[in-house]
Design a protein. Structure first.
Length: 82
């Protein structure tokens, strides 16, 4: 554990963070001799994995004989588009 006063912490912030990051140290920052902050390494969590399996209830079933790539006929267009 490393203890540093406010002025020292401001001057050596990069070195203190490096000690936390590489050595797993805990840094205590003091103001007027009293502990006011603590810098320590965060525990590593497993990354969140999504369940990307398809839901069978959402499967699209097309009508028999329907071809989605076939162009619409004139009577299939909405009346406001004619």
């Amino acid at each position: 554990m490393i203890t540093a006063n406010m002025h020292e912490a401001k001057s050596r912030l990069s070195a203190l963070v490096k000690a936390v990051e590489e050595d797993g140290e805990t840094v205590i920052i003091c103001r007027n001799g009293k502990e006011v902050a603590e810098i320590r390494r965060r525990p590593q969590h497993k990354p969140f994995r999504r369940n990307l399996t398809p839901d069978p209830s959402l499967r699209v079933i097309l009508a028999p004989g329907y071809d989605p790539t076939e162009a619409l006929t004139e009577d299939e267009w909405p009346s406001e588009c004619r």
